[in-house]
Design a protein around this ligand. Structure first.
Ligand code: ADP
Length: 477
């Protein structure tokens, strides 16, 4: 089998490789991907540092053309790349193709942004002096990504980093190197000068750690677990480096008595269970008022019964497998914890066997949960959702906000008053009315508050806040 290698200083390198396994069919090896070393990472950082002066001064048309070419190729290959994504991560083929399209759109968006770079010219408070405010690129950006969005998250970090004139060392998650390799190959062939984008696949404890430890990495953008996020923060403060973190969520969806039941059930089923519940924006707490509680639970349970859990590549599958054995164990451990804490297992909770050997778990719904239980406070990152019964809107809002996290929050209601109040008072970075908490646009800010995020928002034009440094220049006229 060919080894997909790391890209360092414009050369494909790497001798040791790790198997990329399909979670829908553990007999299938998706590919062999290079296992980067500390030395590789140091070389990649040195290459990115050497490439920075020229790339930071490159023409905006050159950046536009390369990003646009990449976006176009990803779109043209959406079915093939979507299939690769579904095979390595386990989300269903339609979800995977959708994510691939989104990655293409992100590159198209930042291809446009490259042509819209601008500053401000402002009069000084002193006579005969002009003030210019411009944005400089940061330098070498370290990009560390998780496994749950194997193409979209790399895209939404790589595209703005390059657009604003930075060079990159990119370390994808161990479980899903395939899509990352593919987009780096696409960008390399699109004409990026050598060293501008370096790919170092490998272990977090080796490659990721070498990035954290390097004084030459000027900024790190990270999406992943809270624990690793804290390490990124601590190491970055030590190096006086800019950093941006996207971590967990325990996103609430409030369902009020006046909700349209169909809308509420659709939104809850989608954001709780699609993509196997493995989205940081997934709704894992359904906070439901008394008047609609029983009807809502009955309708949601009926909906869950109809969902097909199977191989991600099989037509008709609604929910693919859990990503790997370790995550499956986390999910089943939490199911056990929920039972012991006294929540009622209303649906699911069992492993399932399918034609192909994989990590299949039933969508799992707990009812009679409280907001104090561990299943309601800790991020599980699987298809496990709890229903919390509340008296009224006020209690629902307080419960929704009573969490260490603050990424996304939703409400299902037909009341303009409550929807408006919720949008204003939710302590989350993203608020959804009558929509799933997961599923966001590619051209507007993404991010949260409290334990979910740190630093400037990602995506859309707000991405510039992280990937650039503002400069104020004064000139005596
Ligand atoms: P998960 O447990 O969901 O895989 P992680 O936070 O461990 O979440 O992984 C997110 C990303 O962080 C991955 O690319 C992983 O390799 C990387 N990572 C893990 N440990 C470290 C570390 N010590 N330093 C830097 N990156 C790391």
């Amino acid at each position: 089998m060919t080894i997909y290698k790391n890209l360092i200083a414009g050369e494909w390198v790497g001798l040791d490789a790790t198997k990329n396994i399909n979670p829908s069919d553990t007999n299938e090896v998706v590919g062999l991907y290079a296992d980067g070393t500390t030395e590789d990472t140091k070389n990649a950082i040195a290459a990115a540092k050497a490439a920075f002066p020229a790339w930071s001064r490159s023409g905006i048309w050159e950046r536009h053309v390369i990003l646009k070419k990449a976006g176009d190729e990803i779109m043209a290959r959406k079915d093939e790349l979507g299939a690769l994504l579904a095979r390595e991560e386990g989300k269903t083929l339609p979800e995977a193709i959708g994510e691939t399209i989104r990655a293409s759109q992100i590159f198209e968006f930042f291809a446009g942004e490259a042509l819209r770079l601008a500053g401000e010219v402002i009069p000084s408070v002193r006579p005969n002096i002009g003030v210019e405010i411009t944005r400089d690129p940061l330098g070498v950006i370290g990009i560390i990504t998780p496994w749950n969005f194997p193409i979209a998250i790399p895209a939404w970090k790589i595209a703005p980093a390059l657009c604003y004139g930075n060079t990159v060392v990119f370390k994808p998650a161990e479980l899903v190197p395939g899509c990352s390799w593919a987009i780096v190959d696409i960008l390399h062939r699109a004409g990026l000068p050598k060293g501008v984008l370096n790919l170092v696949m490998g272990k977090g404890s080796v490659v990721g750690q070498a990035m954290l430890d390097s004084p030459d990495v000027t900024g790190i953008t990270f999406t992943g677990s809270t624990g690793t996020g804290r390490r990124v923060a601590a190491a970055s403060i030590e190096h006086n480096r800019k950093f941006q973190l996207e971590m967990g969520g325990k996103n609430p969806m409030v369902v009020l008595d006046d909700a349209d039941l169909t809308v509420a059930v659709e939104a809850a089923a989608n954001s709780g269970f699609f993509s196997t519940g493995q989205r940081c924006t997934a709704s894992s707490r359904l906070i439901v008022t008394e008047g609609i509680h029983d009807k809502f639970v009955a309708a949601l349970t009926e909906k869950l019964q109809a969902l097909v859990v199977d191989n991600a590549m099989k037509p008709g599958t609604h929910i693919g497998p859990v990503v790997d054995e370790r995550q499956l164990k986390t999910d089943t451990d939490y199911i056990e914890i929920g039972r012991k804490e006294g929540a009622k297992l209303a649906f699911g909770g069992e492993l399932i066997t399918r034609e192909t050997p994989g990590f299949y778990l039933q969508p799992t719904l707990f009812t009679e949960a409280t907001n104090q239980m561990r299943i309601s406070r800790e991020e599980i990152f699987g298809p496990v959702v709890s229903v919390i019964r509340v008296k009224d809107y006020e209690e629902a809002l307080a419960t929704a906000n009573d969490t260490p996290f603050g990424l996304s929050a939703g409400i299902a209601t037909t009341s303009l008053k409550h929807a408006t109040h919720f949008k204003r008072n939710s302590e989350a970075g993203m608020v959804m009315v009558n929509l799933p908490t997961a599923g966001v646009d590619f051209h507007v800010p993404f991010g949260g508050r409290k334990g979910s995020s740190y630093g400037p928002r990602e995506q859309g034009k707000y991405a510039a806040e992280f990937y650039t440094s503002v400069k104020t220049a004064y000139t005596l006229a």
